[in-house]
Design a protein around this ligand. Structure first.
Ligand code: MV4
Length: 520
């Protein structure tokens, strides 16, 4: 195993990796820019190396400076986190050439997934279902018209070099197609330096469901749980959950096996995510693959019990996964909220500044992955993700109640943040029923917001709470493990007889303790 690794990132994900290192007895090296001198990841790491000015090209995106910091600090491996250099094949290759282990997939795997048409060609060979359309760039408007005629309108034009919602355009009829193609091609040329555009059938109100996979250097690839990520705003995820209540055990297995096929076709090593569009009839289509650890990885950790970051480090050091597909058991439900320093009452405008007061939630079933602390100044220079608030529980309804309780406990003073948005989402009947698609959040934001924090507090949750006790685990999942010794009646089952061994019981002990009566 490595003795020392460098984390080429900042904020909560750098802190998350430092935590994994410390539990494994690995020394961590933080890197920082001018505005991050006082950042939490710098305080928490064993060592810290200065990179340069705030501008990412001078710091967190600067390959020579990061490799130099690794050399200076004696780090054997680099964890890239997410964003920044995490999906940069040039960086992975530069690490390889410098004799430093890149904690992630091989540059060849990244390159295969970087071009959407290349990915589609390879996935077609591997028998992976994807949205009907072309797997090569369109050569002419005539070709586009012929394909659109065959697959039917509306269609999507997408840039091969795009992804994450950039460089795409919906076209509803043949009259608009030629000019839309021209516009999409020239936009793609300007944005990505590559004008290649392909065509797909438009999927109406899809869900975004993604499958976590993991590969090792011994040829093993497994799938973990799927995540429901449909709650997005402008292609920015806001809330993620695992498992997805729309996915039944058979669909999970089929989706998982497709995801493993994708991984194997790409010789994939380390943590990866295969994204799918899912239509109302539960058809799923390969969309793209993310060749990194994702922001939302904690929900998968909660329902599988697997520390994905520790697994990343072990796999990068050459160890086999050591987990077989049949060992993966899903237990309970988890939801993550991405708390951003942005103003929901002012078009989600960034709200940097000093955190003057911070009172954070905790208690049963609550996890926070955070890079902030009271007195810290949120810089304007980077994406303003503050903490990720993650709740875990036996059932989805219980998790919703926990999050609502945690939001009541939360106080972040000095800056604006999007907590009020989460109150609205969690109270929404469609959300509570699991009826979400990629248009959900836009629809919600068009409705007038009613009530403030105080009324939100008073909304009775009795009906929701009652629903928990009637709930059974969804097919294919197990009830959650004990969370701080608390179980709801549904999971408790018949209580065992009190022990006869005559052990002294604490005063007030009447029957089997709540934490003993697990009916499993
Ligand atoms: C689509 C689609 C409908 N039909 N492709 C947006 C992000 C990019 N990775 C793919 N995206 C979409 N592709 C077809 N053929 C709808 C979207 C889409 C979307 C996808 C995932 C999550 C949120 C989304 C929001 C709007 C549109």
């Amino acid at each position: 195993m490595f003795k020392r690794i460098l984390i080429a990132n900042r904020g909560e994900i750098a802190v998350r990796v430092i935590r994994a290192c410390r539990e494994m007895g690995i020394e961590s090296v933080a890197v920082y820019s001018d505005v991050d001198r006082r950042a939490l990841h710098v305080r928490k790491a064993d060592f810290a190396e200065y990179l340069g000015p705030a501008q990412a090209s001078e710091s967190y995106l600067n390959i020579p400076k990061i490799l130099e910091a690794a050399r200076r600090s004696g780090a054997e491996a680099i964890h890239p986190g997410y964003g920044f250099l995490s999906e940069n094949a040039k960086f992975a290759r530069a690490c390889r050439e410098a004799g430093i282990v890149f904690i992630g997939p091989a540059p060849e795997s990244m390159e295969m997934m970087g071009s959407k048409t290349k990915a589609r060609q390879n996935m077609k060979k591997a028998g992976v279902p994807f949205v009907p359309g072309t797997d090569t760039g369109l050569k002419s408007a005539e070709e586009a018209l012929a394909v659109a005629e065959k697959i039917g309108y509306p269609v999507m034009l997408k840039a091969s070099a795009g992804g994450g919602g950039k460089g795409m355009r919906m076209v509803t009829n043949s009259k608009e197609l030629a000019s839309a193609l021209e516009t999409t091609q020239s936009e793609a040329q300007r944005a990505f330096g590559d004008s290649e555009v392909y065509i797909e059938k438009f999927i109406e109100s899809p869900r975004h469901v993604e499958m976590q996979i993991f590969g090792d250097t011994h040829g093993n690839v497994i799938y973990l749980a799927e995540r429901e990520c449909s709650v997005q705003r402008r292609h920015q995820k806001v809330l993620e959950e695992a498992p997805c209540s729309f996915v039944d055990p058979d669909m999970r297995r089929r989706m998982g096996e497709v995801a493993v096929q994708v991984g194997k076709a790409a010789n994939y090593v380390n943590a990866g995510t295969v994204e799918f569009l899912v239509d109302a009839q539960k058809n799923f289509y390969f969309l793209e693959m993310n060749t990194r650890l994702q922001v939302e990885h904690p929900v998968t950790e909660m329902v599988t019990g697997i520390d994905l970051v520790q697994l990343q480090l072990r796999v990068a050091a050459g160890e086999p996964l050591g987990i077989k597909q049949e060992d993966i058991v899903l237990r309970g439900h988890a939801i993550e909220l991405r708390v951003y320093a942005e103003d929901p009452d002012n078009n989600f405008f960034p709200s940097p500044g000093r955190i003057t007061r911070l009172i954070s939630p905790s208690g049963p079933g609550i996890r926070r992955d955070s890079g902030m602390y009271e007195g810290w100044v949120v810089p304007i220079d980077y994406e303003p993700l503050l903490p990720k608030l993650i709740a875990y529980g036996e059932y989805r309804t219980q998790v919703i109640i926990r999050l609502r309780r945690a939001l009541v406990e939360y106080f972040i003073g000095g800056i604006k943040c999007n907590i009020s948005l989460f109150r609205r989402i969690l109270l929404n009947p469609d959300f509570q029923a699991g009826r979400v698609d990629t248009g959900f959040l836009d629809r919600l934001l068009k409705e007038p917001a009613h009530g403030d924090a105080r009324t939100a507090r008073r909304v009775p949750i009795v009906a929701l709470a009652a629903a928990i006790f009637a709930q059974q685990p969804p097919p294919g999942t197990q009830p959650a493990r004990s969370i701080d010794g608390l179980h709801s009646a549904a999971a408790r089952g018949p209580l065992p007889e009190p022990a006869e061994s005559g052990e002294a019981k604490p005063s007030g002990w009447k029957t089997a303790a709540r934490s003993e009566g697990v009916g499993r």
